[in-house]
Structure formats: C-alpha cells, structure tokens
Design a protein around this ligand. Structure first.
Ligand SMILES: Cc1cc2nc3c(=O)[nH]c(=O)nc-3n(C[C@H](O)[C@H](O)[C@H](O)COP(=O)(O)OP(=O)(O)OC[C@H]3O[C@@H](n4cnc5c(N)ncnc54)[C@H](O)[C@@H]3O)c2cc1C
Length: 473
C-alpha cells in the first residue's frame, strides 16, 4: 500500500504545494461540527484553487481508492462534511479557496459563482446589480454555494422563492473519476434527457464535487412590510396563511411559526429583546410581504389582512413594524430561537416537514405523545410553517442532567419520525441526511426509493470514493 507520505507528495505534485496540507493545526478548524457533537479526523486536506486542480486530485484519489469528503462552510447540521467519522481514512476537500463571483448578468437575472463563495457574498453581488438572490438563512455569512446546493438548502424565503433546487440554473462538478461535468448554462428550458445537475442538488457530496454554479436572481424586493402576530394555535396559523395568500398572493415571502416557550427563552437569554406586544399567546407568526413597490404599497394590504384576521378570530393581536429598526427587532426574536435554546440547555433536534395543511394535525398528535413518553420535556417547535418545515426541538426537563437527556436522542428521533411518516412527511426538510440520519433514512424509506438511490450512487461512483459515510449505511 502506498504510504501516506507518498500520497502527499503525489498530490502536491499534481495540485501545487499550497493546495495540500497535513498540518494538524490548519486541519483542526475543519474537523469541528457546528453543534459540537462530532469531531472529524483526516491526515490530508486538499484546498484546490480551481476546477482543473481538483479534477487532477480526485482522479488520483479515485485511482488509489482514497475516499474524499467535500466541505464548504462546515455549517451543515447533520455531520455530512466531516471526514473520518466512521474510522475510515478519508481526505478532506475544502472549497474555501474557490470564492469568486465570476459574473452577474442583471438582464438575464443570473449569476455565476465558484462553489466556495458564501451565500452572503452572492447576495451582495446580486444587490449591487440591482437584483436579489433570495436564499436567506442564518448561516449565510459562512455557508457556501457548493454546500447549499449539496444540501438543497431552504431558509426563510422558500414559501415564495423555493429551495436551492429552484435557484440553480447550472452546475459544474468534478465527478468520482475526476472527469469535469460542465453544464453552467443559464438556460431556463432544456429538455435534453436526464438532468445530472438535479441529481447533484441535494446529493450531499456523494455524486460529485460542485465547483461552480449558475444561480437564478430575482427582481429586488424594494419594499417589505412585516408583522408579528399572536395566534391561538397552529390551526389558526394555517388559516391565517391561507388568508395571507388570498390578500398578498406571491408577495407573501415569509411565514414563520414561533411558540411561546421558545419566545420566552429568547426574552430570557438574548439581551435587548422584548415582546412586540403585551398579549401573551401560545403561538406567534412572523409574516412578511415583499415587493417591488414603495413601502406604502405593501402596508395597506398587510393592514387589511390583519384587520380581517383579527375580525375572524384568526389573530389575537398583531404589530406591524413601523421602521427598519422594529423590523430587525421582530426578526431578532425569530433568528435567536436556536441560540436561546442552546443557552437554556440541551435539546434533541428534528428538522422535519409535513404537508403544509397537516402541520396542526402533526403538532396535535406528536406533542402530547412525546410529553407522555418523556415526562418534563419542553417541546419548542418553530420554523418555516409556510413550507410545512418545522424545527421540532425538544428541550431537556428543567434541572435534568444534560448527558442523560441527550442519551434519549435516537429513541426520541424514532418516535418523532414515525409521526412524521404517518403524516406523509419527511425526516429531513432542509438539513439533509449526512451521517446522523442514515439509519432513519434506511428504516423509513420505501425499498424502491432506497434501491434507486443506491443504484444512482453505484452508477456515478462505482468505487464509492465520494463522501462514502453520507446518506447510506
Ligand atoms: C445557524 C445555522 C442556521 C441554518 N439555517 C438553515 C436554514 O434555515 N435552512 C437550511 O437549509 N439549512 C440551514 N442550516 C444548515 C446549513 O447552513 C446548510 O445546510 C448549508 O447548506 C451548508 O452549507 P456549507 O457550505 O456550510 O456546507 P458544509 O457544511 O460544508 O457541507 C454540507 C454538506 O454538503 C457537502 N458539500 C459541501 N460543499 C460541497 C461541494 N462543493 N460539492 C459537493 N458537496 C459539498 C458536504 O460534504 C456535506 O455533506 C443552518 C446552519 C446553521 C449553523
């Protein structure tokens, strides 16, 4: 077997001295999982500066049977971008040096960027051209074009603009044997048979390493009207969502559900936050309309909508942001939920989705069942109700031992996932499967789904060198 030092020397000769390292100090920051639950390990990190260099390196790895794990911003929440988690020797490929926005075409509403470019940088480039890149998520300062494509990321604007799948027009990727697949055209219509880029979206680094992408831009939202609304229960929130769509059409760009338990944690742990109004309700909705018109053009429809909602008893109270500052205050309440929960204690996470119309039914069934099975827990769901995607987080009982509570993780996951499946939902709405949900994917997928996914993997990566620990057991 070729010794590690020989692989290092060969890779350095192929891609350049500064694109390869075995320095543990440089590798260490890439081994930490965002939530601190997992630590990866590797002897070699590749940091190619361009697609050709990556292609040469992957061909070498393929020929020598060396598995590679791609990594972007390392903000993934399912431990999918960490090498060595299964004790296997895997090489890390960091895309962090491929960070350019190559081209923005305002008239075509498209943008071409390298895979390591952050989503915040894409948003900035689009804005400078008078356009908008609508993917919006709390990790946008760190997560990358490649990582968000590989996980088909969602975020708060999916209700209007869709997930990354709807925002990707073209992709360039290095395939398992080092071949470069190039389909970066901004074409909106192209029916030439199978579409490999659609397979790469959401493939979590298991079918190819994305190196560039052409992304779809939207007209800028010049105006926004934002409301924080108290609702009695998720059923009322669902009816409010329909009413909002009747009034606002596709200008409804955000519809987020927040529970009082979660809000209370934000108010307790996040300095400078305050209730938008006195009324305390079990549930709230953060609603935003966005459009090209002047602000007054959106405030009217939002006021009318809230008037109707209050009259119909769908809303108990509501506040419309009167300034950008107030809008930011509303948003801070939503965006601080994860941080507040981690300050409160340990929580078991479920990134799940059910059909939008089944969100109330799911919550009504799953919450009491969990509370009965795990006395003292605090179920604190929140999230993108407009897409049926909830972060169904379960907080440890007050005063419980953190480790004892986290030992319940797998059993609790199984119970929640069974309810999700009963409601026709998905055990991964936006974070992916990674290494931590592989067992559940296998347990809950139909044989046809699983066999087809495995057949695709085998066809595109017969030697199994691309992120072999992700998706499949
Ligand atoms: C605070 C916070 C908020 C978040 N909010 C959301 C949210 O609202 N919606 C949402 O969908 N997600 C969210 N996430 C999860 C995460 O940000 C997204 O999954 C993001 O898409 C990951 O991008 P990344 O560049 O960090 O990828 P990484 O974490 O580096 O990798 C994620 C996966 O993609 C693969 N990968 C990375 N780059 C490439 C590439 N170039 N080619 C092929 N495969 C690649 C990796 O192997 C891994 O399997 C959040 C995360 C955090 C920490």
């Amino acid at each position: 077997m070729t010794a590690l030092s020989e692989h290092l020397a060969a890779l350095r000769a192929l891609v350049g001295e500064d694109s390869v390292t075995d320095d543990p100090a440089r590798i260490a920051p890439h081994m930490a999982d965002w939530r601190g639950r997992y630590t990866g390990s590797t002897d070699i990190m590749l940091m190619p500066g361009d697609t050709d260099a990556l292609s040469r390196a992957v061909r070498y790895c393929h020929d020598h049977g060396l598995p590679v794990v791609p990594q972007g911003g390392n903000t993934g929440l399912v431990a999918g971008g960490l090498p060595g988690l299964n004790g296997r020797r895997e090489i890390l490929v960091s895309l962090k040096r491929m960070t350019s926005v190559i081209h923005v075409d305002a008239d075509d509403h498209s943008l071409l960027a390298e895979a390591g470019c952050t989503i915040a940088a894409v948003q900035d480039a689009a804005e400078k051209a008078g356009r908008m890149f609508p993917l919006s998520l709390a990790s946008e300062g760190s997560c990358t074009v490649g990582g968000t494509i590989a996980t088909n990321a969602g975020g708060v604007h999916v209700i209007r603009y869709g997930t990354m799948r709807r925002l990707v027009l073209g992709v360039e990727a290095v395939l398992a044997d080092g071949k470069i697949f190039e389909d970066l055209s901004p074409l909106r219509k192209d029916n030439r048979g199978y579409d490999l880029k659609q397979l790469l979206i959401g493939s979590e680094g298991t079918l190819g390493i994305i190196t560039k992408a052409t992304l779809q831009l939207s007209p800028a939202e010049k105006s926004r009207a934002t409301a924080f609304i108290a609702v009695r229960d998720p059923g009322a929130a669902l009816e409010l969502l329909s009413l909002a769509r009747d009034h606002g059409g596709d200008r409804v760009s955000v519809f987020e559900l927040i529970c009082e338990t979660g809000l209370e944690m934000v108010l307790t742990h996040i300095p400078g936050t305050r209730r938008p109004f006195e009324h305390i309700s079990p549930w709230y909705v953060l609603l935003e309309l966005g459009g090209a018109e002047a602000r007054s053009g959106l405030t009217g429809p939002l006021e009318k909508l809230l008037e109707n909602a209050l009259e119909a008893g769908l809303a108990q109270d509501a506040s419309i942001a009167q300034s950008n500052r107030q809008r930011s205050e509303f948003w801070r309440l939503r965006e601080s939920l994860s941080e507040a929960q981690s300050k409160e204690g340990a929580s078991v996470k479920h990134d799940i989705s059910v059909p939008v119309g089944k969100v109330p039914a799911f919550l009504t069934v799953a919450t009491p069942a969990l509370e009965a099975a795990f006395p003292g827990i605090r179920v604190t769901p929140f999230g993108h109700m407009g897409d049926g995607n909830l972060h169904f987080n379960v907080m440890q009982p007050k005063g419980a031992e953190k480790g004892d509570f986290l030992a319940l993780w797998d059993g609790m996951n199984r119970m929640v996932h069974d309810f999700v499946t009963d409601h026709g939902g998905s055990i991964s709405a936006e974070h992916g499967i990674g290494t931590i949900k592989r067992g559940e994917l296998a347990r809950l997928s139909t044989p046809a789904r699983l066999e087809t996914q495995r057949a695709i993997k085998k066809a595109l990566d017969p030697k199994g060198i691309l992120n072999p620990g992700a998706l499949f057991n």
